[in-house]
Design a binder for this molecule. Structure first.
Ligand code: FE2
Length: 344
């Protein structure tokens, strides 16, 4: 018996020298029946993070930093720039008068405005003004720069599919020779063309991304509030809507889906789990989310992560609105996405 074990151990060492491994050894004792996300549940409270963002504003200019971002680095990944397995998230500060220089990359970005007025972002020659609660889509390989023409600081949450793009070895990046890209179209041209439940006649999408550049908070919030008044909430997620590409009905981007949800005061949600690890922003109201066996309190501007397939349930003290993002478009495209309602 010992001899057989020794022979197997020697065999394993021998094949390892040739960069080989025995599957039956590597998988021994591993639970393969369900995913076990490496990501950890985590809340970043804005009151804790903002002083660091403000201090960064005194240490480095937006131009020198290129992007003055405090990254929300999930502690599970040892300092890697990842909030979930597949998504990067960071809080970007743009001070009055600053410009964040123009570049482009193959990673897709969604920027959700946390606070401040007067900032704009420019994507491929079109500018849009940003207001708290809006989010802007920056498609893969589109030139973009940002600026703040207001009187106070502006902070938004940058979410990018960087870990996913890195995993696929498809990360490319270019810096534009000038600080800003030329303005080629009227401000909010996309809003006029695609943002009012209409499309230009003959419009054909040329890429897998929504033509809507700025998904404004005000109409989304009004819709979700009206629905919350007239329809019973989902036991897990309250009144939750997904943002869509008006041309295809699909997601705003091919890699990241976005959601807005209303949880009524006193909501005590059922326990659920989904395979897409999700980044939440508490936009309005206060509550807590129990993730696994730990409770995470949240309030306005806090960001928290629910890892994939970890049970979660929401509770609220007051009416609350949550914005969220995940890689659900990818999982659904590949036929992998699952949801499980543990209690009803
Ligand atoms: Fe960028």
């Amino acid at each position: 018996m010992d001899e057989a074990r020794d022979l197997q151990a020697e065999f394993n060492r021998s094949i390892a020298r040739d960069d080989l491994a025995a599957l039956w050894v590597a998988r021994r004792g591993v639970d393969l029946t369900k995913p076990r996300s490496e990501a950890k549940a985590k809340v970043w409270r804005y009151a804790d993070v903002y002083p660091h963002i403000a201090e960064a504003g005194t240490l480095v200019t937006a131009e020198d930093a290129f992007r003055r971002v405090i990254v929300l680095a999930n502690p599970a990944f040892g300092g890697e720039l990842r909030a979930t397995n597949t998504l990067y998230a960071g809080l970007q500060l743009v001070l009055p008068g600053e410009i964040a220089p123009c570049h482009r990359h193959t990673q897709t970005a969604i920027r959700f405005v946390i606070e401040g007025e007067g900032a704009y972002t420019s994507v491929d020659g079109e500018r849009t003004r940003l207001h708290p609660g809006d989010f802007v889509v920056t498609p893969s390989w589109s030139w973009h720069d940002h600026g703040n023409e207001g009187d106070g600081p502006v902070v938004w949450l940058d979410c990018l599919d960087t870990p996913l793009v890195d995993f696929l070895d498809t990360a490319f990046r270019e810096t534009y020779p000038d600080m800003t890209y030329p303005v080629l179209r009227p401000e909010d041209d996309a809003q006029a063309r695609y943002g009012a439940n209409m499309l230009p006649v003959g419009y054909r999408s040329s890429r897998q991304v929504s033509p809507v550049m700025n998904y404004a908070y005000k109409p989304a919030r009004a819709a979700i509030e009206r629905l919350a008044r007239t329809s019973p909430p989902d036991p897990c997620d309250g009144t939750r809507m997904r943002y869509s590409d008006p041309a295809s009905g699909g997601w705003p981007t091919p890699t990241m889906g976005a959601f807005l949800q209303h949880l009524p005061k006193g909501f005590s949600g059922a326990e659920c789990r989904v395979t897409d690890g999700t980044i939440y922003v508490a936009v309005e109201g206060r509550g807590r989310t129990i993730i696994g066996d730990e409770a995470f309190d949240w309030g306005p501007r806090d960001v928290f992560v629910v890892p994939g397939w970890l049970p979660y349930r929401h509770e609220t003290n007051e009416d609350a609105i949550l914005f969220s993002l995940s890689d659900r478009p990818v999982q659904q495209l590949l036929g992998l996405w699952r949801q499980d309602r543990i209690t009803a």
